[in-house]
Ligand binder design. Structure first.
Ligand SMILES: [Zn+2]
Length: 411
């Protein structure tokens, strides 16, 4: 910013200040970015804030909280006006208890939206997201993070859909009964036949197929079976950070070729190779799963407590110099890499707020306008930025809705 301002002053001096200096000053860009950001639909496809509704230490979505990454005041400040609340439980819980816990969380999301109806509106379609935005409200959506949560029962796909769930991640950190995970030993060679039937049922019910967390083979299987575009609700680029949770360039190209969107995850170990390597060394190669297991032991079933413990462990390691500092600008690097690879129509935002370690400068959702500002300074067009901020995901939702209507009409 300062460099551009200095350049303008130099040019003005050389020409005696008498000539018109063409170009945009730093402040002009900042103002343009602000206007662009706050008039756009800013849709984040993955937030683990739902876990906080069950926190034993108290959490109020309507108030500014001293910790965590998301609440209504900070969403307003950051212009985040559409959010997918994640429905998630540990992937080792399966069968009926998994279904029960999913229903508890789905109910908690609906209750919170009702409680804060002045600020929020529940959305089931792209059109409803746009309507909420037009009314100045935050659109609340839901995604089920992990196929284990249907309790190996395809009927739950329909029931979750009826309750408003609009995407399902096919697995979480562990393989489920019908899909292999990227962070577990392969057990099914990707998707089983039942898994493929589940993907078809998701298509029929208008539920987006989310391939974050799944193994590469599961991704390619799902891509082949699905009649609608897929999303990666919260994954980054493996070319910049070699993590199994991220997508290879080939996968990103295949996803985009079918109309899908990769929503960039801000987690430090997914966006910065140096950080990931240091983190892996510290956790003896067990990575995310190892640290998570330790934290779970201490906190029992209070997931908000687990998250806080994780943040504490991570902060201490960084302060001690065991983990490197990571700047929020790595997020821009990942957006830029994916855009160069497949174009701005196939990239979006999937922060993983309240479920991941945020890089410095992106401490919570109030910092989101920095992304728009950075992309504008890189020369991105207003249209490309609006697409990345939310329009791409809305386009996929519309396509998924169309496929669902067509498939249901065939019966
Ligand atoms: Zn996740």
């Amino acid at each position: 910013m300062r460099r551009i301002a200095a350049f303008v002053v130099v040019v003005a001096c050389v020409f005696g200040g008498a000539v018109l200096v063409r170009g945009t000053s730093a402040d002009d860009i900042a103002e343009r970015a602000r206007k662009l950001h706050f008039s756009s639909i800013v849709l984040d496809t993955h937030d683990d804030t739902t876990q906080r509704f069950f926190s034993k230490s108290g959490f109020d979505l309507g108030k500014r909280n001293p910790d965590g990454h998301v609440d209504i005041p900070r969403m307003r400040e950051g212009g985040m006006n559409a959010i997918f609340f994640s429905i998630w439980i540990d992937g080792r819980i399966m069968g009926p208890p998994a279904v029960q816990k999913a229903l508890d969380q789905i109910d908690a999301v609906h209750e919170n939206v009702r409680r804060f109806a002045k600020d929020m509106a529940f959305a089931r379609t792209a059109e409803e997201v746009r309507r909420a935005h037009a009314q100045g409200k935050i659109a609340a959506l839901m995604g089920v993070e992990g196929g284990h949560m249907i309790g190996n029962d395809i009927r739950m796909v329909r029931i979750f859909g009826d309750l408003g769930v609009r995407y399902m991640t096919l697995s979480h950190f562990y393989n489920d009964e019908w899909a292999d995970s990227s962070t577990d030993k392969p057990a099914h060679n990707g998707l089983t036949d039942y898994g493929k039937e589940i993907v078809r049922e998701m298509n029929r019910r208008g539920i987006m197929v989310d391939i974050s967390h799944v193994s590469d083979k599961t991704f390619y299987d799902a891509l082949e079976v699905s009649k609608a575009p897929l999303i990666a609700s919260h994954s980054s680029c493996r070319a910049l950070c070699n993590h199994p949770r991220d997508m290879s360039d080939d996968m990103i190209k295949a996803l985009a070729a079918k109309g899908g969107v990769i929503q960039i995850n801000y987690e430090k170990s997914f966006i910065d190779q140096g950080y990931k390597d240091a983190y892996d060394r510290l956790t003896a190669g067990a990575g995310v799963v190892g640290v998570l297991s330790e934290a779970i032991k201490k906190c029992g079933d209070d997931v908000d407590c687990t998250s806080k413990a994780e943040v504490g462990i991570e902060r201490q390691m960084t302060e001690e110099g065991k983990l490197p500092h990571v700047s929020w600008e790595r997020i821009i690097d990942h957006i830029n890499h994916a855009v160069k690879l497949v174009g701005a129509e196939h990239v979006g935002l999937g922060s993983d707020f309240d479920g991941a370690n945020m890089p410095e400068g992106m401490e919570d959702c109030s910092k989101l306008p920095k992304i728009t500002d950075a992309l504008l300074r890189k020369g991105y067009s207003d249209k490309d930025i609006r697409n990345i901020l939310g329009e791409n995901t809305l386009r996929v939702m519309e396509q998924v809705e169309r496929v669902s209507r067509d498939l249901q009409a065939q019966k």
